[in-house]
Every structure is written in C-alpha cells, then in structure tokens.
Design a protein around this ligand. Sequence first.
Ligand code: OFO
Length: 187
Amino acid sequence: MLSEQMNEALNVQANRELYSSYLYLSMSYYFESIRMLGFASWMRVQAGEELVHTMKMLDYVASAGGRAKMLAVEAPQLSWASPGAAFQHVWNHERAVTGLIHALVNVAIAEEDEATKSFLQWYVDEQVEEEESSDDVLNKVKAAGNDSAALQAADRELGSRRFKFPRDFEIFPYAALQGRTIGSLKK
Ligand code: OFO
C-alpha cells in the first residue's frame, strides 16, 4: 500500500512524464513545420515512449492501492532557434528528468517502501538509456552544424527510429484491470 506522500510524488512524476510527451510532440510539429521529417518522426517516437512512461507509472499507483490523478499539464515551448537548439533542449530535459527520478527513489528509500523502490529501478535504467541516446543525437546534429547536406543526412538517419512497447507493458490491460482491488478503483 502506498503512503499518501508516495502516492502524491508518483502522480507528480507521472505528470512530468506526460509533460515530456507533450514537449516532444511540440518538437515533432516544430520539425514538421521546417520540413525536417526524420527529426519530426524521431520526436514522435520519443513522445510515444513518454506517454508509456506516464501510463506505466499511473498503472503502478493504481495497482499498489493508490489513486492515479491527472494533474494539469504545462504548455511546452512551441519553436526553437535551430535543430541543434531543440536537441540541446532534449538533452537538458532528460538530465533534469533523471534528477527527478532519483529524488523519487529517495522518497521510496526514506519511507522504506521496497516495492516502489524496485518499481522505480526501471525508470532509473531507462534514464541511463535516454541520456545516452539524447547525447548521441545531439552530437550528430551538432557535428552537422549549419551544413544542410549533413543535416539532411542526420534527418534521414533519425527517421529510421521505430517505437517499441516495453516488454512488461500493455496499453489495453483488461485482464490486469480485472485483477486490481475494487478499493483502488473506487477511491
Ligand atoms: Fe520518461 O524518460 Fe525521458 O523524460
């Protein structure tokens, strides 16, 4: 059973994950507006992953007997000075999210909530990957600089990214919902 404080902290983090999805969707439409469709597609995949992170966290809250709450989502930035500025923003954002996840782990440790700490390990590992991939992409875009042929090549390369659901996540988990306690669904 989640404490009220842990429940709240997870709802707040789920909101930040949803904001991340919103931010990357905003970047996707920005890239579409400047006809960099590979970058737009990469951002769309990124937005999809963040939506999964949101739902996975809220699913955990519900299955641990808490109450998943939808909080207001901040409006993200609409455009960027250049592709490099947008990818720099991705990198900065992912570093900041890593800090938030680590702070959340510390709440679980302080509460001796082993189950939540173990659940959050997936996010800790995910952030290592996210930082690595955003660093990699930022370096590619930075190396292209203002060279339009190099930017087009990077755009094509990033366009090959495909979305994958995490192995343990179901988007329409009817059976899992049936298994949840009525108490957590009623609150
Ligand atoms: Fe949810 O991993 Fe990025 O922010």
